[in-house]
Design a protein around this ligand. Structure first.
Ligand code: ADE
Length: 226
């Protein structure tokens, strides 16, 4: 899978996508993540990507031309399944969307900045708008990193134990059950007996019961969606 992320702040994306499972997926050529500097698609000496807003409101707006040039260049190289714009107005990201995106071959993610982007980009170039939650970030970069992380880890082979993606919280609209490691008793805080029993069927049953109870208690909305 190839993810092309268009940004005016490449530095913000480099570190979050260079570690752990994501780095391994890239090293194994399961994912290719390209961070593209929008300023490389400008013609002026100052590499301008924004301008004043029509109508006189405060706040700069990202211009249509560099974005169009950048997306057109990428599209001339290959086909894309989606051209995503990170925006607090978009559909709210969840595990289902991550699962869908992880099946795609090529996607573009455009990070907004300043007050936002010229609306013509959204009308003519963007195929999907995604938000990571009902709050406003300084720009789309951290949101793009969140999405890229959630998607790349799902690509088959990205995780050493493929099972662990299937047992993630949210994969069945259920939160994950509690997990423990050694010691079995720390200051009298004990690991549930059943997990030490070696009885796989009993452990499965306990984990499912815990997952259901935790979901009902902590995320009743998820439980009702089931
Ligand atoms: N850009 C600014 N805020 C955002 C959010 N909540 N989600 C996605 N992109 C954003």
């Amino acid at each position: 899978m190839r993810i092309d992320i268009i940004t005016v702040l490449p530095e913000l994306l480099e570190s979050p996508l260079s570690h752990s499972i994501i780095k391994r997926a890239v090293d194994k050529h399961l994912a290719e993540i390209n961070i593209i500097n929008l300023r490389d698609f400008t013609n002026d000496k100052r590499r301008t990507v924004d301008d004043y807003q029509y109508g006189g409101d405060a706040g700069m707006v990202m211009m249509v031309e560099p974005i169009d040039k950048c997306i057109s260049f990428l599209k001339s190289q290959r086909n894309y399944d989606e051209v995503i714009y990170m925006s607090p107005d978009g559909e709210v990201f969840n595990q289902k969307i991550a699962n869908t995106l992880s099946t795609y071959e090529n996607i573009i993610i455009l990070c907004g900045h300043y007050k936002g982007i010229d609306h013509r980009v959204r009308e003519h170039l963007i195929t999907r708008e995604i938000s990571i939650g009902d709050y406003v970030l300084t720009g789309g970069e951290l949101a793009a990193a969140v999405i890229t992380d959630a998607v790349v880890r799902l690509i088959p082979g990205a995780m050493s134990d493929n099972e662990s993606a299937l047992s993630d919280s949210f994969q069945d609209n259920l939160l994950a059950p509690p997990i423990y490691t050694r010691p079995a008793d720390y200051k009298g805080w004990k690991v549930p007996e059943v997990l030490l029993s070696g009885n796989a069927a009993e452990i499965d049953k306990w984990q499912m019961k815990q997952a259901i109870e935790r979901t009902k208690k902590l995320r009743p909305g998820l439980w009702e969606e089931e």
